[in-house]
Design a binder for this molecule. Structure first.
Ligand code: ADP
Length: 186
């Protein structure tokens, strides 16, 4: 199974992915987090933040996830993943891909601003530290119209969001297993 998260910077993708991973580890359920920031320092080092590069970034993360997923590892792709076309592309290309929107209001993100990115994006245009491509401020984010799961981190606690995503994963594992055993008995 591949869980492709999407959501603005600071919405809680990494926090929830890690928390779900810890919870799953206690039940010996293998989860690999494919973290966009980490891969941008290795496999995706050549990519920038244009639409084309952001989409190519997701394609590469999707490929890595598909290889692991074929061996039973549950993969969580944790990246902003702002474009509907490439999210759909992953769903069409690989089996058992679920889209999970990690959603949070811009007001709350500006208050959190854990990495100082919103402050920089909101600087005046001629400021030398101005960030010009922050998703949700001055770069597009296409909210998924029909996500498989929608989590609002400005309304629910980290624990609640973790439990919801964890239960969602367990339900989908059961669903997959039932499908395989039906196919095997035909
Ligand atoms: P992202 O990976 O989406 O950029 P992070 O997980 O790095 O975001 O940061 C999210 C920040 O928001 C963390 O400081 C986290 O503690 C905080 N936070 C507050 N409420 C929640 C919640 N319900 N779910 C996830 N993170 C939350």
């Amino acid at each position: 199974m591949i869980i492709q998260l999407c959501g603005l910077s600071g919405a809680g993708k990494t926090t929830i992915a890690r928390s779900v991973q810890r919870k799953a580890a206690a039940s010996r359920l293998p989860i690999e987090i494919i973290d966009g920031d980490a891969y941008r320092e290795s496999l995706c080092r050549d990519l920038g933040f244009s639409k084309e590069d952001r989409c190519e970034n997701i394609r590469r993360l999707g490929f890595v996830a598909s290889r692991l997923s074929d061996h039973g590892v549950i993969c969580i792709i944790s990246a902003i993943n702002p474009y509907e076309t490439v999210r759909r592309e992953l769903k069409m290309k690989y089996a058992h891909v679920k889209t999970v929107h990690i959603d949070c209001s811009l007001d709350e993100l500006i208050t959190r601003d854990t990495k100082g990115l919103y402050k920089r994006a909101l600087l005046s245009d001629n400021h030398p530290d101005k960030l010009n491509n922050l998703t949700g401020v001055n770069d597009p984010f296409e909210a998924p119209s029909h996500p498989d799961l929608h989590l609002r981190t400005d309304e629910h606690s980290i624990t609640a969001c973790t439990n919801t995503l964890y239960q969602f994963i367990l339900q989908n594992i059961k669903h997959q297993e039932a499908k395989y055993s039906r196919a095997a008995s035909i």
